[in-house]
Design a protein around this ligand. Structure first.
Ligand code: NAD
Length: 505
């Protein structure tokens, strides 16, 4: 892989490409080669002020939310079409900045991203609510669902463009103005998204992209008095900080945070299907996925067969150059992430865990500096151990035996997270009992990882609150207004005496 020319990418504020008022830049380097991929402005608080002011002005004059609905829908659909048209280049840029396999970006993320956007663009036409009626007998009441105003959004590095779409899609479809901050390691495709959005016809000021550090730009957005909602996809600790910063003006908060998904395999499961599901589920995007399968609880009678087959499959995964068509797994996001992941594995080993496969940094010919980590399975670890409880965010699966379905459900729920879970069984009663008992926002039966535009995605517990995807996302990005119309025209009302004067007759 080679980078032809490293480019400077500018922020987008009020429809214009601009550098930062700070005059500073952040470098984006390939985790595979360490080469410079591009630079972005290191945004400052002053840049956030400018972007929020532009977003507010756009909201106040209604250039977006007062546009005819068919026009707004058409612009968002044009944006989806432009993402499809530019998918090769965008996927290449995504691969350069994340190091993950090109095939994942091109064939998976981007296809989903444009479908998600098309869904939001049309779903906004079908909002439903309480019927208008004369609930008091003398007034007509109706509900309006309105955009909230200026929305600040902070995105993660694992699926940079895709997560940006999950953020801007429902926010823009609902008529809000947006200031979006991409992760500092992976801002390039988001800047391109902002440029393409202007090309699609999104008016100036409606979608602003401010690049920079989380503790500067993200924090300024979360604390800003003129931002009405702050939405984060990121780590639970970042969520806590953002929630505290948002308290200043009591802004709304939408948090999609970390996960530690359990993967339960009961005795009657199809072990081949479960082993394949665990391999895909644990290794997706190098395990840098909030819904990744991280803790497998496997019934003792099938435990050995499951571990043996999953080991075979993990070892069949081809780690290599992200642009090589035969590569399954590219790099992690950085060498620092490799250190972090390896730290978890080595501490587990020191605590008595068995590393069944992996636990090493594979050498990839021609890429000596690449942030590679081998697909890793760890067994013989305790339920309360760090590797079972904390989010590793790498290609690591811990496998634990269980003696009953009840034990599996109890251990699966024994976590501070609550994003995704799966159970593998052919027994419909067991499956439905698990669906009810598992305390996670998304429970899958006989699969792991699947998401769809039409259904909500979001966490329980410290995985956050609020939904991405589906019509539920409009509950985050709209507010409900009750409008009441008096119908009688009578100046004097029966109930006025409770405040002044005497009751009639
Ligand atoms: P992160 O929390 O480090 O960063 C997320 C974003 O927050 C980045 O843009 C970052 O710059 C910004 N940020 C960092 N510190 C900040 C601060 N003090 N104030 C404001 N903003 C700040 O997370 P990450 O490492 O980029 O992403 C990985 C995390 O995201 C994992 O925990 C993963 O589980 C989670 N995630 C969750 C979902 C979901 O849907 N629940 C989806 C993808 C990723």
């Amino acid at each position: 892989m080679a980078i032809e020319v490293a480019t400077d990418y500018l922020m987008i504020i009020d429809g214009r490409s601009v550098p930062s008022t700070s005059g500073q830049w952040l470098e984006v380097r390939s985790p595979a080669t360490r080469e410079l991929v591009g630079r972005v402005p290191a945004g400052s608080e002053a840049d956030v002020d400018l972007a929020v002011a532009a977003a507010r002005a756009a909201f106040v004059d209604g250039r977006w939310h007062r546009k005819l609905m068919p026009e707004r829908v058409a612009i968002l659909e044009r944006l989806a079409a432009l993402i499809d048209e530019n998918a090769d280049d965008l996927a290449r840029l995504e691969t350069l900045q994340t190091g993950t396999a090109y095939k994942l970006r091109r064939e998976s993320d981007f296809a989903f991203a444009s479908d998600n956007l098309r869904f939001f663009a049309t779903a906004i036409r079908h909002l439903e609510g309480k019927a208008a009626a004369e609930y008091t007998g003398s007034h007509t009441s109706m509900v309006r669902r309105e955009p909230i105003g200026v929305v600040g959004q902070v995105a993660p590095w694992n699926y940079p463009l895709w997560m940006a779409i999950w953020k801007i899609g429902p926010a823009l479809a609902a008529g809000n103005s947006v200031v979006l901050k991409p992760a500092s390691a992976t801002p390039l495709t988001t800047v391109r998204l902002g440029e393409i959005a202007l090309e699609a016809g999104i008016p100036a000021g409606v979608l602003n992209i401010v690049t920079g550090r989380g503790d500067v730009v993200g924090a300024a957005l979360a604390a800003h008095d003129d931002v009405d909602l702050i939405s984060l996809t990121g780590d639970s600790e970042t969520g806590r900080r953002i929630q505290a910063l948002a308290a200043g003006n009591v802004k709304r908060v939408h948090l999609e945070l970390g996960g530690k998904a359990p993967f339960i395999v009961l005795e009657d499961a199809d072990v081949e299907a479960a082993a394949r599901g665990a391999t895909a589920g644990a290794l997706i995007n190098g395990g840098q996925d909030c819904t990744a399968a991280t803790r497998a609880y496997v019934a003792r009678p099938v435990y050995d067969a499951f571990v043996a087959r999953t080991k075979e499959l993990f070892e069949s995964v081809r780690v290599g150059d992200p642009f090589d068509a035969s590569t399954d797994l590219g790099t992690l996001i950085s060498q620092a992430q490799v250190e972090r992941v390896d730290g978890f594995v080595q501490r587990a080993r020191a605590d008595g865990a068995t590393v069944v496969t992996g636990g090493v940094r594979p050498e990839v010919p021609g890429l000596p500096d690449g942030a590679f980590y081998a697909p890793t399975i760890v067994t013989d670890c305790a339920q309360d151990s760090e590797i079972v409880q904390k989010e590793v965010f790498g290609p690591v699966l811990a496998v634990l035996p269980i003696d009953s379905p009840e034990e599996a459900l109890e251990k699966a729920n024994d976590t501070k997270y609550g994003l995704a879970a799966s159970i593998w069984t052919r027994d419909v009663f067991r499956a439905m009992e698990a669906a009810r008992t598992l305390n996670f926002g998304h429970v899958q039966i006989n699969d792991h990882l699947m998401v769809t535009s039409e259904m909500p995605h979001g966490g329980f517990k410290q995985s956050g609150f609020g939904k991405d995807m589906s019509s539920y996302s409009f509950e985050e990005y709209t507010q409900v207004k009750h409008v009441m119309i008096e119908l009688t025209g009578e100046p004097e009302k029966d109930w006025h005496y409770t405040i002044f004067g005497d009751a009639k007759g």
